[in-house]
Ligand binder design. Structure first.
Ligand code: FAD
Ligand code: NAP
Length: 314
């Protein structure tokens, strides 16, 4: 039977931002409820080695997230396996409806629903994800030391990823469907001057080519957008950088968004455009998109929520 519960703080999302908010809100005696969503543990459960989580030289992404969940539970956070399908922020208490049919009302809400890299949707891209195809240069660039890499896209992310990857790769080919970049001029300038980067204009990715045993990428087939001519480029890594989509489905019509659809927060805080609603992690971060920055924002959101709730009681 459908159930209704009330909490002082509802946390939506179970990535580093959500679980960290859970730890802090629990320790503030706010008895938070955290709803995990379709991907318990978030994006890091889709990767293997994480080498930039402070305190762990190397940790498996899924293991780290199991530990974060256990930590939040141990502090007293109630963790619910459900997906929020509807969130009413028009009046307080706020109301969240779950896919299970259950309802949670909350005095404050912390949104930590993350963001997703956009993919091209090619079957060969899907087949080699995690085996040479990546959407995160910071995470995976290190694995391509001395090898050739291609980057797909022409925005800030693609150019930043291409520049970053020159720290490891012998050569980076930036493949873009036009001959004009969307990226900021300063980044364009750096890209064009970089001896290791070669732009390939007017081309799209047609197919990722690779081996099965051991599984890995050996090259890409690219298509000229005007002539249709196919060229094969040898490479060990393919970084798809065609944009990120923040998971704003629940709030896109109720909260202010910025920077291409991310939830806007007051600078230096996690306060959104609706008082009592806080946002943390990749959902609000078009720039850093890292586990540690997301966790940091989860901490900020819980502290902001705690202070805001105390002000309401005054
Ligand atoms: P996410 O981790 O995106 O979690 C979002 C959560 O929200 C999920 O639990 C999801 O189920 C939940 N959710 C979404 N919608 C709903 C809903 N409607 N109801 C309830 N819950 C919902 N960063 C690093 O620092 N180091 C790395 O090595 C690294 N490697 C990466 C490798 C890969 C393959 C990827 C994809 C990312 C990697 N990142 C890495 C980036 C890092 O994973 C993200 O920055 C981080 O996970 C963002 O945390 P988050 O808490 O904001 O959101
Ligand atoms: P973006 O600006 O949307 O750029 C996406 C790029 O991918 C565009 O060049 C686009 O080509 C290309 N693309 C999209 N779909 C494609 C497809 N199906 N096939 C081939 N190419 C495709 O995304 P982003 O670079 O991730 O940036 C997102 C937001 O974050 C922006 O607001 C950006 O300024 C911001 N950001 C800022 C920083 C920074 O401040 N340092 C860093 C990263 C991101 P077209 O150009 O032809 O459309």
């Amino acid at each position: 039977m459908a159930d209704t519960k009330h909490t002082k703080v509802l946390i939506i999302g179970s990535g580093p931002a959500g679980y960290t908010a859970g730890v802090y809100a629990s320790r503030a005696m706010l008895e938070p409820i955290l709803v995990q969503g379709i991907e318990p543990g978030g994006q890091l459960t889709t990767t293997t080695e994480v080498e930039n989580w402070p305190g762990d030289t190397e940790v498996q992404g899924p293991d780290l997230m199991v530990r974060m969940e256990a930590h939040a539970r141990a502090m007293g956070c109630e963790i619910v396996s459900d997906i929020i399908t509807d969130l009413d922020l028009s009046k307080r208490p706020f109301t969240a409806k779950g896919d299970s049919g259950n309802t949670i009302t909350a005095d404050a809400v912390i949104l930590a629903t993350g963001a997703r890299a956009k993919w091209l949707g090619l079957p060969s891209e899907e087949a080699f994800k995690g085996f040479g195809v990546s959407a995160c240069a910071t995470c995976d660039g290190f694995f391509y030391r001395g090898q050739e890499i291609v980057v797909i896209g022409g925005g800030n992310t693609a150019v930043e990823e291409a520049l970053f990857l020159t720290n490891f790769a012998s050569k980076v080919t930036l493949i873009h469907r036009r001959d004009e970049l969307r990226a900021e001029m300063i980044l364009q300038d750096r890209l064009k001057k970089h001896p290791k980067i070669e732009p390939l204009w007017f081309h799209t990715l047609e197919e990722v080519v690779g081996d099965d045993n051991p599984k890995g990428v050996t090259g890409v087939k690219v298509k000229h957008v005007e002539t249709g001519e196919i060229t094969e480029i040898p490479c060990a890594g393919v970084f798809v950088a065609i944009g990120h989509a923040p998971a704003t489905e629940l709030v896109k019509d109720t909260l202010e968004l910025h920077n291409g659809g991310y939830v806007a927060v007051k600078p230096g805080t996690t306060e959104t455009s609706v008082p009592g609603v806080f946002a943390a992690g990749d959902l609000t971060d078009h720039k850093y998109r890292q586990a540690v920055t997301s966790a940091g924002m989860g901490c900020m959101a819980a502290l902001d929520a705690e202070r805001w709730l105390a002000e309401q009681d005054d």
